[in-house]
Design a protein around this ligand. Structure first.
Ligand code: MG
Ligand code: ZN
Length: 225
């Protein structure tokens, strides 16, 4: 079988791309300082459309209510569907519509953070744009990153996204109630994640019922207030 890699095709673009990624990293560090100065913990949530990111954020907001003051930044190409849902769960939300951009970057997140009264907050959830490819290359300054895969996406989601898993603190396997129907082996998904990144946290959830959400919150480095 003949295989062509993008590196061969785009060698001219690589230098330009590196500058842009480096610029983003500097802005991500600025975001981190801004968050740390205000004593706010932030988590970047990645996953395909339909993996359950928004439902997980809703559940985390609900589980933390009365314990931590939460807000969310919701990235989406054009809609406010996710932002509306998170707001209903009780968190203040800033919506970022990225248009055709398929990821959030540190600059967009900086602008969104400026819309929040960080001093009054403990936790900011950042729901990234729904795909598992390029958001991985754009750190936004968050303290942790979660990758959400769902059993409905089939058995190979972890193995097919090793780069993003390497840059992740916790893998969430969602929709575990459908694992058997989908023929997905949860133990194998855990093993796949730990093969890519030994020691990585893996949590099994059913975000619709909240199952597994306390386990997820425990793996995140949310400051105890
Ligand atoms: Mg969503
Ligand atoms: Zn992108």
């Amino acid at each position: 079988m003949k295989t062509i890699t993008s590196r061969e095709l785009e060698s001219v673009d690589i230098e330009l791309g590196e500058d842009m990624l480096q610029g983003n990293r500097i802005l991500a560090e600025r975001n981190r300082r801004k968050l740390d100065e205000a004593g706010v913990y932030a988590v970047d949530i990645l996953g395909s459309v339909g993996s359950g990111k928004t439902t997980l954020v809703q559940q985390m907001v609900i589980h933390l209510s009365g314990k931590a003051k939460t807000a969310a930044i919701a990235g989406d190409l054009t809609t406010t569907i996710d932002a509306d849902r998170i707001q209903q769960a009780g968190a203040e939300v800033v919506q970022i519509n990225t248009g055709k951009e398929c990821h959030l970057d540190a600059n967009l997140v900086h602008r969104a953070l400026s819309e929040l009264n960080l001093k009054a907050l403990d936790v900011v959830f950042v729901e990234n744009v729904g795909n598992l490819i390029c958001p991985g290359e754009f750190p936004i300054g968050a303290h942790d990153r979660i990758v959400v895969v769902s059993t409905t996406e089939g058995p190979y989601m972890i193995r097919k996204h090793p780069y993003i898993v390497m840059e992740t603190s916790v893998v969430v396997v969602n929709k575990i109630d459908l694992a058997e129907i989908m023929g997905v082996d949860l133990g194998q998904l855990r093993k796949d994640a730990q093969d890519v990144k030994p020691g990585i946290g893996v949590v099994f959830t059913n975000a619709r019922t909240g199952q597994g959400v306390p386990d997820l919150l425990q793996l995140l480095r949310i400051p105890k207030s």
